[in-house]
Design a protein around this ligand. Structure first.
Ligand code: ZN
Length: 294
């Protein structure tokens, strides 16, 4: 962004009605009142009956995978110290269906909290996980425009590090997620890497600076004991990286920050606790795209 008084596209003149044009009120791109309703009451009632069936400790500066069948819950907890996590989710039976950060952002906004959902990629576009508990829900939006659990960041990766600093760092979230997915599936690293996608930045506190529009991060408000909990709408394969940025208060893509593990736990509700709940069907668009080909 540039100072409107010195436009970057000079010598074009600022039009006489510039102020008027800037004053046009925005409209929400995707009013979301018509999204399928989230029945938090049902989920929370089912959660009361749930028992822990699995857990995995994600080591600092590394990633781990976990599976959550549709109808079960998973919780990501801070343990040891403030730590940010980069989350990838896939349909457990088809890696082509995976979390779609951009559309989730378009539907819910830049940061997610209770009652909001992670949506899958086209052409599936259905809810894959619904956030049911968020102990950082109190944070809201701070004086800098920052908030937690963003879907605006991508994931730290060694290519951007190389571009900006010429580095060869191997424990960025992108690499951690690729190694973990390869180990889980038996794919080679080269096969697994293209399945890694833009993340939900769990516990990360981020926003855009008002003066330059740049993506910023600041020390996460997360403390040990805080957690984010999800209901799995479809069968999920997850991978979580404990970011080398630690609490992301200063830098990432290096071993400089203090880093801590993250705990993932899976909970299974009692039989019948979800009533007639059913896993959502894939998107109903017919995929003909206006073509006359049969
Ligand atoms: Zn990272």
């Amino acid at each position: 962004m540039t100072d409107p008084s010195t436009p970057a596209n000079a010598p074009f003149l600022v039009p006489s009605d510039a102020a008027e044009r800037r004053a046009v009120a925005p409209v929400i791109c995707y009013p979301n009142e018509t999204l399928p309703r989230v029945d938090l009451q049902l989920y929370r009632a089912a959660r009361v009956s749930a028992v822990k069936v699995d857990e995995v400790l994600v080591p600092a500066r590394d990633a781990a995978t976990f599976k959550v069948p549709a109808g079960q819950f998973f919780r990501i907890s801070s343990v040891g110290g403030p730590q940010v996590g980069d989350l990838n989710l896939w349909h457990a039976g088809d890696l082509k269906e995976r979390f779609y950060s951009g559309k989730t952002r378009a539907l819910h906004g830049s940061h997610l909290t209770v009652g909001e959902r992670m949506w899958t990629s086209l052409p599936y576009l259905r809810p894959m996980a619904t956030i049911t508990e968020d102990t950082l829900g109190w944070y809201g939006i701070d004086q800098y425009g920052g908030s937690v659990h963003d879907v605006i960041g991508t994931r730290c990766d060694p290519y951007t590090g190389n571009l900006l600093a010429g580095s060869q760092y191997h424990y960025c979230c992108h690499s951690n997620l690729a190694r973990a997915l390869a180990a889980e599936t038996g794919m080679s690293l080269a096969e697994a890497e293209p399945h890694v996608h833009d993340v939900l930045n769990v516990f990360m506190c981020t926003g855009f600076s008002r003066d330059t529009g740049q993506y910023f991060m600041k020390a996460s408000p997360v403390r040990p004991g805080d957690y984010l909990e999800f209901f799995a709408e479809i069968d999920l394969l997850g991978a979580l990286s404990a970011c080398p940025g630690g609490d992301c208060s200063s830098e990432h893509s290096s071993d400089a920050a203090a880093c801590y593990p993250l705990l993932v736990e899976v909970f299974k509700p009692a039989a019948g606790a979800l009533g007639d709940w059913d896993s959502p069907a894939r998107n109903g668009y017919d995929q003909s795209h206006g073509s006359t080909q049969s």
